[in-house]
Write a protein that binds this ligand. Structure first.
Ligand SMILES: *Cc1c(COP(=O)(O)O)cnc(C)c1O
Length: 388
């Protein structure tokens, strides 16, 4: 089916196209109902109502209270607010943070900044499939630990972590637990109570909502120090006039995703498995990430003897948008920190490929993709100086 412009878009982990239903819900709040939610006249209250209603919609999806939801300017900002907010608020209790080696840079770079400020950070290892061992989380907790932050699902290889199990451990030890659930947003269970999380990050543009809108769940009673200072918006947790159209869109997109999740996940998983099976018939292709505990839309590989970037450019030439998985900019030869942590050799990691499916992708698109791969890969290998 592809996109309207004919492109086969296989990079839904990077971003997703905004749904037209979501855009329609946002539209009135740009110029018709443009009031500031803090203004007391009718026009302002109209915006405040929309904002309140967005909190309620998101709270329903997360099985939490509307007051436990903070809207931010994106997933990265929500991760920063969770991690710095807890670390600074809990400094007296302890200066030790536990995370993993495979987090998104929004988490890793924030933890590194805190290390520069004197905090101690434990970066837990993962197994060859990218899974964290909950027993290792438990063993790493000390009475100085003020935060555990572990992602729900990995953006490069799609591996899902045992979040509820880790949550249970953290709660028993009374350590606040944050999860970056950005990749899980439209796809996995987000019940904050059953996951036993204290903080959870989402980003609207990863589930067909607008870019620049993040959601942070903060469990009642969890103190976070605000990182953007100013007015008293979002119950004093994030200053600044609210992005009313944005949060309306985020809430609408989350609600649509949850209504359609069961059926759509089944469809995606079937396509994903078809794609993985097809890719693994190609010479020197290996699956990265967990064989079963992975996102229903995510297929990732290493292709020995192929330069990942050349493959992406060649796929682009035939109208297929894909990714190497890592956010490193072109020309960067550093291997992915995620694949390194999983024990993938640097030479192998150079041929990393991530294909993430979504609403526009059909079975036909998968077949076309596999056909193009079978044409492109031998050509690249014959050009490559890398040993296969
Ligand atoms: C995309 C992403 C982020 C960042 O979200 P933005 O809204 O783009 O800032 C954080 N964590 C993960 C796992 C992501 O995939």
């Amino acid at each position: 089916m592809a996109l309207a412009n004919g492109v086969i878009y296989l990079d839904h982990a990077a971003t997703t196209p905004m749904r037209t239903e979501v855009l329609a819900r946002m539209e009135p709040y740009f110029s018709e109902f443009f009031g500031n939610p803090s203004s007391i006249y009718t026009l302002g209250r109209k915006s405040l109502d929309a904002l309140d209603s967005a909190h309620e919609t998101v709270a329903r999806a997360l099985n939490c209270r509307p007051t436990e939801i903070v809207f931010t300017g994106g997933g990265s900002e929500a991760d920063n607010l969770a991690i710095k907010g807890i670390a600074y608020a809990q400094r007296k209790r302890g200066d030790h943070i536990i995370t993993t080696a495979i987090e998104h840079h929004a988490v890793l770079h924030t933890c590194q900044r805190l290390e520069q400020e004197g905090y101690r950070v434990t970066y837990l290892p993962v197994d060859v499939f990218g899974r964290v061992d909950p027993a290792q989380v438990e063993a790493a907790i000390t009475d100085q630990t003020s935060l555990v932050t572990i992602m729900y699902a990995n953006n490069e290889v799609g591996t899902i972590q045992p979040i509820a199990e880790i949550g249970r451990i953290c709660r028993a030890r009374r350590v606040p637990f944050h999860t970056d659930a950005v990749q899980a947003g439209g796809l996995l269970d987000l019940d904050a109570a059953s996951l036993q999380v204290d903080l959870l990050t989402l980003s609207a543009h990863k589930f067909y909502g607008p870019k620049g809108v993040g959601i942070l769940y903060v469990r009642q009673g969890t103190r976070v120090q605000p990182q953007v200072l100013g007015g008293s918006q979002e119950r004093n947790r994030r200053a600044g006039t609210e992005n009313v159209p944005g949060v309306v869109g985020a809430a609408a997109a989350l609600e649509l995703a949850r209504d359609e999740r069961e059926r759509e996940n089944e469809r995606l998983q079937e396509l994903r498995d078809q794609l993985i099976a097809g890719m693994l018939t190609l010479p020197d292709a290996q699956l990265t990430g967990h064989p079963t505990q992975r996102l229903p839309n995510s297929a990732s590989f290493t292709l020995a003897g192929v330069e990942g970037e050349s493959l992406l450019l060649n796929l682009d030439l035939v109208g297929i948008a894909a990714s190497s998985g890592s956010a490193c900019t072109s020309g960067d030869i550093e291997p992915s920190h995620v694949l390194s942590a999983m024990g993938v050799a640097a030479s192998q990691a150079r041929g990393a490929l991530r294909l993430t499916l979504g609403r526009s992708v059909s079975a036909d698109d998968i077949n076309v993709t596999l056909e193009r791969m079978a044409e492109i890969l031998p050509r690249l290998r014959s050009l490559s100086t890398q040993p296969a």
